[in-house]
Design a protein around this ligand. Structure first.
Ligand SMILES: CC(=O)N[C@H]1[C@@H](OP(=O)(O)OP(=O)(O)OC[C@H]2O[C@@H](n3ccc(=O)[nH]c3=O)[C@H](O)[C@@H]2O)O[C@H](CO)[C@@H](O)[C@@H]1O
Ligand SMILES: C=C(OP(=O)(O)O)C(=O)O
Length: 427
């Protein structure tokens, strides 16, 4: 584990360029094993999740190479075998190997995924989709085993009980080569789902409706890569740096964004009175003054993303009154609160059942030793550390490195005093 050290209290300025979306990348890599040819991605973020997925690919004899921001994957000599449980447990998205292996081999044995500790994260909807497509699924001791009869998978009508990004993508991965028509109702509409469908369709898949709540798939026999797939920019990384820029910036430009993916977030910054100018694929944030408090309610896309409720929090400390946040997707996503309190922040979990968090103006922030219990809690600590006087030592920083590519270089480029160091082992 690494710790991230932030020396705060300085104003920052300059430019930051956003990388490819973590939540696309971590689905695209498992999706690659469905291809009948090598595949190539660019704009790949250099994050721990990618390196762990490459370890999982290696265990299946799938060769991959990550140079610069280009990742090539050759699944043509793929072999079935036990997957490395440490790597599987290191990230949430390893569950995409369930859908991808099922689509490829009509059977799979995968241990339960890890990922951020943000409250209960069941996978019942994923399993419901696999069953509808013809798989027999059993769960025992944290392992999911799936197999089909001789006829393999078949198209099916699936209606999700709740909007789930992971279950929608997993259903697509399992169905893309399943003969017949699959319909996914109440599908998630996140931009990352469109990105996966675009990648698969460019290889010959027939997926319609991605980005709406009904997705229709006609199964195809072959998936043949003809070109490089460029991963969409990470809207969560972008939102994090926009919040940082409004909180401690003296003029920061954020490059490589798709503004339409960020509307619920930028609308909140505008409501607060941030100095924000949005261009075709970038945004400029000027220094903030007299920020208004706001109410944030997390919703599935296009609503305000749960992954941005913690990164916007430090900005709320600068508002002139009480702000509220309700996380309807992960009400227990509160790992940042106790840590921020250690830094002098006035933030409270008012109702853990409802996911209600109250944020009061906090002007006396100071450095402290804190823990990044999960990726976005870590992002909130980094921003608060930059705002605070003194030094903040953020332990368990690997949780941040799971999803923020080149974060040290990006922050140093705008003048931040940040570094990474190995964390001393706990006894
Ligand atoms: C790798 C990835 O893309 N991660 C994102 C994905 O996670 P993930 O795909 O795991 O999140 P989901 O969209 O599935 O979860 C949404 C809600 O549905 C519930 N649920 C989900 C599946 C299921 O089978 N049963 C069930 O009850 C969850 O507990 C949660 O309350 O979407 C989340 C919600 O936008 C984001 O925070 C994560 O960053
Ligand atoms: C919750 C997140 O990630 P994961 O689903 O990969 O744990 C996140 O990116 O905020």
């Amino acid at each position: 584990m690494n710790k991230l050290i932030v020396k705060g209290g300085h104003r920052l300025s300059g430019e930051i360029t956003i990388g490819g979306a973590k939540n696309s990348t971590v689905a695209l890599i498992p999706a690659a094993i469905l291809a009948d040819t090598p595949v190539r991605f660019d704009s790949v973020p250099d994050i721990l999740d990618v390196h762990n997925l490459m370890v999982i690919l290696e265990s299946m004899n799938v060769k991959s190479d990550f140079t610069g921001d280009v990742l090539t994957i050759d699944p043509t000599n793929i072999e079935e075998g036990p997957l490395p449980s440490k790597a599987i447990k290191s990230l949430r998205a390893s569950y995409y190997f369930m859908g991808a292996l099922l689509g490829r081999f009509h059977r799979a044995v995968v241990t339960f995924p890890g990922g951020d500790n943000i409250g209960p994260r069941p996978i019942d909807q994923h399993i419901k989709a696999f069953r509808a497509l013809g798989a027999e699924v059993t769960e025992k001791d944290g392992t999911v085993t799936m197999k089909t009869g001789e006829d393999g998978l078949h198209g099916a009508q699936i209606f999700m009980d709740m909007v789930s990004v992971g279950a929608t993508i997993n259903a697509i991965l399992a169905a893309v080569k399943a003969p017949g028509t699959t319909t996914i109702g109440n599908a998630a509409k996140e931009p990352e789902i469109i990105d996966i469908a675009t990648f698969l369709n460019n290889m010959g898949a027939n997926i319609r409706g991605a980005g709406t709540d009904v997705i229709r798939i006609e199964g195809v026999d072959k998936l043949v890569a003809q070109n490089t797939h460029t991963i969409i920019p990470d809207r969560i990384e972008a939102g994090t740096y926009l919040s940082l820029a409004a909180a401690v910036g003296d003029g920061i430009r954020i490059n490589n964004i798709i503004p339409e993916h960020l509307e619920s977030f930028t609308a909140k910054l505008e409501e607060m009175g941030c100095d924000l100018t949005i261009y075709e694929d970038s945004a400029f944030v000027g220094p903030s003054k007299d920020l208004k408090p706001v109410s944030v309610k997390v919703m599935p896309f296009p609503g305000f993303a749960t992954d941005l409720q913690q990164p916007i929090t430090p900005l709320l400390f600068k508002a002139t009154g009480r702000s509220t946040i309700i996380d309807t997707i992960y009400p227990q996503r509160v790992k940042h609160i106790a840590e921020l309190q250690r830094m002098g922040a006035r933030i409270y979990s008012e109702d853990i059942e409802e996911g209600l968090i109250v944020v009061d103006p906090s002007t006396n922030l100071h450095g402290a030793v804190v823990e990044a219990g999960e990726i976005r809690a870590g992002a909130a600590l980094v921003i608060t550390g930059l705002m605070a006087e003194g030094t903040t030592e953020i332990r368990q920083a690997d949780n941040i490195l799971r999803g923020y590519g080149s974060i040290i270089d990006k922050l140093r480029a705008i003048g931040a005093d940040v570094s990474l160091a190995a964390e001393e082992p706990k006894f």
